[in-house]
Design a protein around this ligand. Structure first.
Ligand code: DAH
Length: 352
């Protein structure tokens, strides 16, 4: 029995020394010191031995058990320490590595950027920027702009009406803000109004919703020459320093005289022809590109805001309205206006 105890002790001691993990060590503790293990069994059965052997066997078994417990404890401690070391080593962060690639940030839509470019040019000439409601009253959209009810020019701007309120509509242009702006401050006024407008239209150059920029300048002594100079500055800011503008007679109900404004073609420098002699595709060989409508504000319009200080005998001025998408299409060669609103990233990302 004594030699069996020594055998167990040395076998267990060797196994404990060789254990490679704390899990394995726990298995050895159960195997050699657990309830079903041989050595504790010897101790439990001491009383069954002949009295003269009990002391010796019991002493040897107790010593072996105590020794194994100590070996297990010591080995557990060193295994725990090395396991912690390797866990820490595995978890180590290399703070010198470059960071994760940053998520791309978005950018302003080309229409918004074009709007800001126009605003910048106008703010540079002393204008302020104002915005107005997209859901508008017939009064501001038409009547106060010298389109009385039944005026045929209303049909040129067929729009969306609110069925239960026939006097409420989606504005067809930013011009209603001319009147609203004049109601908020006496002359002189120099204001630009960017915003969404709505028409019953849809093709490659028309969309039911698009953006306009309105400009209004009212003060004493303003003439058509001021309009032309302002348009020249704007055209050069948008299309290049060598641009020229020309005014052609036109009709708008709220201006008199009214003009359509062309800018000299920035691709063919106004010649209508490309260096190889072929016809310029941007201006269609004309040398000029139509960019906006404008005119001197009709005294009838000022009549609607006379009580706000706009005496048509004393002040006068000009207005213009342009399509922001049209300017963006020309500047960037975008062939179809609807592409601005598809929200296809392949299109939008080209204008980062
Ligand atoms: N409101 C006009 C339109 O949408 C554009 C326009 C023409 C605006 C002449 C003006 C102007 O201010 O003077 O077709």
């Amino acid at each position: 029995m004594i030699s069996r105890i020594a055998e167990i002790r040395s076998e267990a001691a060797a196994a404990i020394a060789a254990a490679g993990s704390s899990e394995e060590l726990e298995g050895l503790r159960v195997r050699y010191l657990g309830r079903k293990a041989e050595l504790p069994g010897v101790l439990r059965k001491i009383s069954e031995l002949p009295p003269e052997e009990r002391g010796k066997v019991g002493g040897a078994a107790n010593r072996a058990r105590k020794e194994l417990e100590e070996l297990l404890g010591a080995r557990a401690e060193s295994l725990d320490a090395s396991e912690l070391d390797s866990k820490l080593a595995g978890d180590r962060l290399d703070v010198t590595l470059p960071g994760a690639p940053p998520h791309p940030v978005g950018h302003a839509h080309l229409v918004a950027r074009t709007q800001r470019t126009i605003e910048d040019a106008m703010v540079g000439m002393g204008y302020t920027v104002a915005e107005g409601p997209e859901i508008e009253h017939d009064y501001y959209n038409f009547t106060a702009l010298n389109h009385p009810p039944g005026h045929p020019a209303r049909q040129l701007q067929d729009t969306f009406y609110v069925q239960s309120h026939p006097e409420v509509l989606l504005r067809t242009h930013t011009s209603p803000m001319q009147v609203r702006a004049m109601e908020t401050q006496p002359p002189p006024i120099f204001v630009v109004v960017p915003g969404k407008v709505y028409r019953r239209d849809s093709d490659a150059t028309h969309s039911p919703m698009f953006h306009q920029m309105e400009a209004l300048a009212i003060a004493e002594g303003i003439t058509l020459a001021d309009l032309k100079g302002t348009l020249l500055t704007l055209a050069r800011a948008l299309f290049g320093e060598t641009r020229e503008v020309r005014l052609r007679p036109h009709y708008f109900p709220f201006t008199e005289p009214s003009v359509e404004v062309d800018v000299s073609c920035f691709q063919c420098e106004g010649t209508g022809a490309l260096p190889d002699g072929s016809r310029c595709n941007i201006c269609k060989g004309q040398g000029w590109i139509e960019i906006l409508g404008a005119g001197m504000v009709d005294p009838n319009v000022l009549g609607f805001v006379e009580q706000y200080g706009y005496d048509a005998e004393r002040v006068q001025g000009f207005a213009y309205g342009l399509g922001i998408e049209r300017v963006a299409m020309l500047r960037h060669g975008v062939p179809d206006l609807r592409r601005f609103f598809d929200n296809d990233l392949r299109m939008l990302e080209q204008f980062a």
